[in-house]
Design a protein around this ligand. Sequence first.
Ligand code: B12
Length: 320
Amino acid sequence: MTTSGLSAGAAARRLGVAVTTLRTWHQRYGLGPSRHEPGHHRRYTVEDMVRLQVMQRLTAQGVAPAEAAAWARRSPGTTGADPSAAHAGADGILGADGVPVATDGNPAGGGQVIALGARADPAARGLARAAMRLDGPSMRHILALAVEGRGVISAWEEVMMPVLIGIGQRYEATARFVEVEHLLSRSVTEALSTVPRPPREIAPRALLAAADEEQHTLPLEALAAALAEAGVASQLLGARVPPRALLDAVDRTGPSVVVLWSQVPATGDVSQLERLLALPHPPIVVGAAGPGWPTADLPPSATPLGNLTDAVRVVAAACS
Ligand code: B12
């Protein structure tokens, strides 16, 4: 930034928000440009930009704009800052990244909340609140920050999974919020798909598929993204793969490892695994992933996969 500060357009571009948003934050919440030279438009200083970044982060986490602006105006390093103030939210809860965290009891989202527990990650709380508001842009923002900042495995386990499990419980208790579940699933899919895949010269040796009639695919999408991050190429067939189609795909591509996902017991028919293992040239590893498989009745040569980290390790080893 030059010593003379940034114009509104340049500040908006740097933050990735619309100029009209900056104008609103200026007019309604007093977060305007402070440098003034006679005969020129006001410019945003470094301190102004810090305030705007705090505002942007908190609103993306679901904090109400007026409250977010109050925190932004008091951010450390800005005029009138009270450094201790930035370490506790209005309700006294401190986020892991040092920003105040709105509690689940806050009425935002019409009083409808996804319960995450007291120790939930601030980003998960923000995601849950944005999900209940059906606020897709904020969900995308939070998820993108999580994936870029923490990597796929942590983003999945600390941010995405708790909210998915929470909305599942909400659905179970109320038979409502399918719209939230759908938008959340879509946003998770989009965030995971942005992780760059290995170059096309690396032939995928891992085949990932959901079991017959199995509609849940997000954990496999997380696996594909985490593998890509580790430089391992994979192919994901997607939801509801009939056994015959899976066998044909294995026959045609000869993968070293197949991971078959079953989320619900209705799709955890072990004959799908047995048929893969009985092929003349079976994959080195046939992974049974997901809570739908009957653990005690798995074929002895199938490899049970219990979490994302283990799955990445097993698949990467089989592909190396
Ligand atoms: C998103 C979602 C959907 C989406 C899926 C979208 C998509 N693209 O995947 C849609 C809307 C399609 C859907 C449909 C249905 N769903 Co649904 N869904 C979910 C939700 C919210 C998240 C699913 C998910 O991704 N789970 C993965 C992680 C987040 O959770 P987890 O499996 O508990 O995690 C454990 C392990 O799997 C493991 N793990 C986690 N990640 C990974 C990754 C890897 C690689 C490995 C190896 C392990 C691993 O660690 C965890 C601890 O053990 C769950 C809630 C839940 N608790 O899972 C309900 C849930 C699974 N759905 C449920 C139901 C009932 C259904 C439907 C039958 C609803 C209906 N009436 O139509 C249908 C269809 C089912 C079918 N035949 O497939 C129930 C299942 C209950 C049960 N045990 O039978 C759940 C649990 C919701 C609930 N609490 O009632 N669903």
